[in-house]
Write a protein that binds this ligand. Structure first.
Ligand SMILES: NC(=O)c1ccc[n+]([C@@H]2O[C@H](COP(=O)([O-])OP(=O)(O)OC[C@H]3O[C@@H](n4cnc5c(N)ncnc54)[C@H](O)[C@@H]3O)[C@@H](O)[C@H]2O)c1
Length: 333
């Protein structure tokens, strides 16, 4: 299956195909130098499938985890390209999750003012979300994604088979981001997830989620309006994440429960539970709200947030920290 992100001359295809890694050369042009960026949590066979097709390629393997998305690694990747005489006709390929994709994409976007970037996402989150749309980033001084660019890849190649090695919690986090897209934009996708995802329909589920994100990005590349719907569940989610106990996707799932209407809540809760993500937590309400107050998107005491009162539709409206605090009651024990 192929989904196209329509952005004029920066348009690109996202291929979703079981077995795509075995003939990756048909999606990524041969010739020129290649920097393959990955991390040490990505099973080596996936990286080898890509680097074997990159003649004269250089592979950099970073330590796994968010901490790798830093300035030093960005500098190191640029230095590697410089040492190997990379020019504008060469390319960078990311093989990994969102950490590798964001960092490698940022390096590709700035080296010589931009060289070709290809993404081979290997976590569910990166397949349905971070590899699509061209946001690249690194963290600085403990602030996530504070430095980055909008830089579209030349192609994204998604092989759902690689998810077999992903651990359950990471998989659930990717499903939470998929639910986010379904809840705001597609009742059909939501029903499909409610019905259960397995080997037989995972490819279609990914393609549908990617289709939603591609459509949003094609209409609003730089988050002037519609792209904000991708933040459903993220305002309160970020507040919960700041407590440092749960993964990002788990916090987004809890955040969505706070921001949905009465009819949506039981459906969302049931699916989230089935993923093994907690739907109630014991946490300090004031600490969560205090973190929300520091959200980059706050405007005084108000913030634009996404609400879902009916599956497949959304509303973006201003809310206050008082309202968010009240809504937190839905998930606090
Ligand atoms: N650019 C965007 O639009 C965007 C959107 C959402 C999130 N993000 C970013 O994405 C990052 C999170 O991405 P993530 O959730 O993919 O985390 P991640 O990149 O840290 O990957 C999670 C873990 O899974 C391992 N892994 C990767 N593929 C595997 C596989 N197939 N089998 C087994 N293990 C595998 C990795 O080594 C890592 O330990 C964050 O930095 C976030 O800011 C970016």
């Amino acid at each position: 299956m192929t989904v196209t992100v329509n952005l004029g001359e920066r348009s690109y295809d996202i291929t979703i195909e079981k077995g795509a890694l075995s003939h990756i050369g048909s999606y990524i042009p041969q010739g020129g130098k290649t920097l393959v960026v990955t991390d040490d949590g990505v099973p080596e066979k996936y990286v080898q499938a890509v680097s074997a097709k990159a003649e004269g390629g250089v592979t950099v393997t970073l330590p796994q985890g968010e901490a790798s998305k830093n300035f030093e690694n960005y500098k190191m990747l640029c230095e590697v390209m410089l040492r190997h005489d990379f020019t504008r006709s060469d390319k960078v390929i990311a093989v990994g999750g969102g950490v590798v994709g964001d960092l490698a994409g940022f390096a590709a976007s700035t080296y010589m003012r931009g060289i070709d970037f290809y993404n081979v996402p290997t976590t569910l989150l990166s397949q349905v979300d971070s590899s699509v749309g061209g946001k690249t980033a690194i963290d600085l001084c403990g602030i996530k994604n504070i430095i980055g660019t909008f830089y579209q890849p030349k192609a994204v190649i998604i092989n759902p088979d690689v998810l077999k090695t992903l651990d359950r919690r990471q998989y659930a986090c990717g499903m939470a981001e998929t639910l986010k897209m379904a809840a705001t934009s597609s009742g059909e996708l939501f029903e499909m997830i409610e019905g259960g995802i397995d080997e037989r329909n995972i490819e279609e589920m990914i393609a549908r989620a990617v289709g939603i994100k591609a459509d949003v990005v094609s209409k609003d590349e730089k988050e002037a309006g519609l792209r904000k719907i991708l933040n459903f569940g993220h305002t309160i989610g970020h507040g919960i994440e700041s407590l440092g106990e749960l993964y990002h996707g788990e916090c987004v799932a809890l955040g969505m429960l706070c921001m949905c209407g009465e009819k949506v809540y039981p459906r969302l809760e049931k699916v989230i539970k089935s993923l093994g993500i907690p739907t109630k937590i014991k946490a300090d309400r004031d600490k969560i709200i205090s973190a929300v107050r520091h959200d980059k998107k706050m405007q005084g005491e108000t913030i634009n947030a996404v609400f879902v009162d009916s599956i497949g539709s959304f509303e973006i409206r201003k809310t206050t920290t008082d309202e968010l605090s009240e809504r937190l009651s839905k998930i606090l024990i």
